[in-house]
Design a protein around this ligand. Structure first.
Ligand SMILES: [Zn+2]
Ligand SMILES: [Zn+2]
Length: 295
């Protein structure tokens, strides 16, 4: 059995803590697993291309083999990519829309090639009409699924809601998911980003249980497949997306303690995307140690 085909233990089966970070893939995707290992991560997120460029690429067989071999040397049990920031699947502009769908399908192809568990994606900006934007976003996802293989789960990420960004309410995410072709719907989940939901007006500090209950009512906790643990540099309901070190921003320590000890979230992989400061490995390792200390 090749390393590429090796099955890793499902996350829900063991007591292994599902905690890690967004790591750099500079030098190529096979360079990401050693960086995850350096910070004792069991979950890893990375970009499979330059996130701020349109240029696409496919993963070669050599890359796949090398990536899987190096991943197998780590304790990382769950892998995910974050898609490019340029993609806007809700755009009314036909040129940007076509380019976005093509780029998003390429993201899915690379995830399949590397055998990644999840692709985290921000819903798009509707620009003109809100409801039309939701329909366009879902339709674009359907089109990308139709032209890509694999079983990577797409996680729509909660957003801070700046400008015309979709995804700042659980209802908007539910509306997008409801429009996904039933043939693909079991491949769609949600990534809850603590910084984004707090900025969007969900009070994780004052009403943690209320926010979780709301998520469960509108989306169902079984759709919650990934969490991004980030504190925020901006105040509650700011609608801004500025990540801060854990326990050093407007969320503070309390919601992260709740999340780390919430039995409903044990099997949900958790990833930090906090500032890296001068040394990414040192800072991320410190953040993960802090989060583990809440257990
Ligand atoms: Zn995030
Ligand atoms: Zn963010």
């Amino acid at each position: 059995m090749s390393p590429a085909r090796k099955r890793r233990a499902p996350s829900s089966n063991g007591p292994t803590l599902q905690l890690g970070a967004h790591v750099s893939a500079a030098g190529g995707t096979p360079e990401a697993p050693p960086r995850a290992m350096e910070i004792a991560a069991t979950v890893m997120q990375f970009f499979t291309k330059m996130a701020s460029r349109w240029a696409e690429r496919d993963c070669s067989d050599d890359e796949r083999t090398s990536f899987r071999a190096r991943l197998a040397e780590t304790k990382v049990a769950t892998t995910m990519a974050h898609d490019s920031y340029l993609i806007n699947l809700a755009s009314p502009d036909p040129v940007l829309r076509a380019r976005s769908i093509e780029s998003f399908a390429a993201e899915l192809r690379r995830c399949a090639a590397l055998g990644l568990n999840f692709l985290v994606s921000h819903p798009g900006n509707f620009m003109d009409d809100h409801d039309a934007g939701i329909a366009r976003n879902a339709d674009a996802i359907n089109r990308a699924f139709a032209v890509s293989q694999g079983d990577t789960i797409l996680c729509l990420e909660t957003t801070a809601g700046s400008g015309t960004a979709l995804g700042s309410t659980f209802e908007e995410l539910a509306a997008i998911i409801a429009r996904i072709d039933p043939a693909y719907r079991n491949r769609v989940g949600v990534c809850l980003d603590t910084c984004h939901v707090y900025s969007a007006g969900y009070d994780l500090v004052g009403d943690y249980e209320g926010v979780m209950a709301r998520f469960d009512d509108v989306l169902g906790l079984d759709r919650l497949r990934v969490m991004h643990l980030n504190d925020s540099k901006t105040p509650f309901a700011s609608r801004r997306d500025r990540h801060e070190l854990i326990a050093e921003g407007s969320l503070g320590e309390h919601p992260f303690r709740r999340i780390m000890t919430d039995p409903r979230l044990v099997a949900v992989p958790k990833v930090i995307e906090t500032p890296k400061l001068d040394d990414a490995a040192v800072t991320d390792a410190r953040m993960l140690t802090l989060l583990r200390s809440y257990l």
